[in-house]
Design a protein around this ligand. Structure first.
Ligand code: GAF
Length: 389
């Protein structure tokens, strides 16, 4: 844990003490990157994320009554609700916490009131999963505070449900899984159907993960996300009529798509084709990583971006600009949009010695072309959710 993170822990504890007059339990839950495998999680496919050194912190303590008192340092906002009257509110950050609490109650587990102070350094809207990190930190915190004996895997599932029910986005399981199960210096190869996972060492040898944040989040993001999910399900339905054993795009081959989907619906075909190919790319990209062939992995990242942009259509002009800009840079091995799309970050594999110059150049070019500021981060991998004080 670096200095900056220690400072957050000290300041969140102090803040909690000032507000509630006691020492809290502090939980850290990280944001994530995803090397390759986008929009595959809700299609029962594979993903290749890693938890990073940007995280959400939840400071939590018990109360003697049944009130929930929440405070977000970033938004300087508070929220109060009785646990018996739990419902969605107009503050999105609070909904992530309330949504997880609701999942605990839904399981028939009775808990008393509690206080929470929320802080962190995962940029909101950057596609680094700040929302999943809040949900996982909350689930972990309540589990620890009240000794609920909920397994890590169940915390992940409850966090995902919280996002469905309290934020209205039908997300897959990748972000929560990465936040809870991440491991320093490794990526997580997760089979989203069985939830079996293995840690693949991230040996980049002189190459670093550079995140370029477009600093835009187009409003289409959540509605289009849900639409993509439905389009994939429609593709599966078309195939299922001929192959009843097919349950998701994980079971689908390119041949099935050509035979049963292409003649019926061009758009659904494009969406499904991207997903089927992305799973194939991920599996062989994972082998590239094991073999230390980052060049080959990088090529697949560019292909992934092209599929996301042209076939799955979840990119935007800002993301496309950033990926196209680095395409012919010898020091950039791979680049693609990351996460749900319509804004947020690109993930880039860049030779260490060229990072500074690249950031200077692309920041100026982005400003000139889009009239927007670019933010760059060099991401390091970190361990998943844990109690930090
Ligand atoms: C978002 C979702 F939350 C994930 O579940 C995943 O689908 C991702 O978009 C796209 O790969 O981050």
């Amino acid at each position: 844990m670096d200095m900056e993170q220690n400072e957050i822990i000290i300041s969140i504890s102090k803040n909690f003490d000032e507000k509630f007059g006691s020492k809290p339990l502090v939980i850290r839950s990280p944001g994530r990157v995803n090397i390759i495998g986008e929009h595959t999680d809700y299609n029962d496919g594979f993903v290749l994320p890693a938890a990073i050194d940007k995280a959400i912190y939840v400071a939590i303590g018990k109360r003697d009554d049944n009130n929930i008192l929440l405070y977000s340092k970033e938004f300087n906002e508070a929220h109060k609700v009785k646990i018996t009257e739990l419902k969605k509110c107009e503050k999105q950050w609070a909904n992530y916490i309330l949504g997880v609490t609701a999942q605990i109650l839904k399981r028939g587990i009775a808990i008393p009131g509690f206080n929470i102070v929320l802080d962190g350094d995962v940029p909101v809207g950057a596609g680094l999963s700040s929302s999943a990190a809040i949900e996982c930190a909350t689930g972990f915190a309540l589990n620890e505070l009240f000794q609920l004996q909920i397994s890590k895997e169940d915390i992940v599932k409850m966090a995902q449900k919280a996002e469905h029910e309290y934020a209205g986005v039908m997300v897959g399981i990748m972000d929560m899984f990465a936040s809870v199960f991440g491991k320093k210096d490794h990526v997580l190869k997760l089979d989203c159907r069985s939830l079996q996972h293995e840690y693949v060492p991230l040996k980049l040898e002189g190459i670093k993960i550079v995140l370029l944040n477009t600093n835009v989040k187009h409003s289409l993001a959540s509605s289009e996300y849900n639409t993509r999910r439905k389009q994939c399900e429609e593709g599966v339905e078309l195939i299922k009529k001929h192959h009843p054993e097919v349950n998701s795009l994980r079971d689908v081959t390119m041949q099935m798509l050509h035979q049963y989907v292409a003649p019926k619906d061009e758009i659904i075909f494009k969406r499904c084709k991207y997903v089927v190919e992305e799973n194939i790319r991920l599996l062989s990209g994972c082998e590239d990583l094991r073999n230390g062939d980052i060049k080959s992995l990088g090529k697949k990242m560019f292909q992934s971006h092209d599929g996301l942009s042209k076939e799955y259509e979840v990119s935007c002009k800002e993301l496309d600009f950033l990926v196209d800009y680095v395409r012919d840079f010898p020091a950039v091995l791979g680049s693609r949009m990351m996460g749900g799309g319509f804004g947020g970050c690109t993930i880039n594999l860049v030779k260490e010695e060229a990072i500074e110059d690249l950031i200077t150049e692309i920041t100026a070019a982005y400003k000139q072309k889009m009239n927007l500021d670019l933010t760059a981060y060099v991401a390091k991998t970190e361990d998943g959710t844990s109690v930090v004080s």
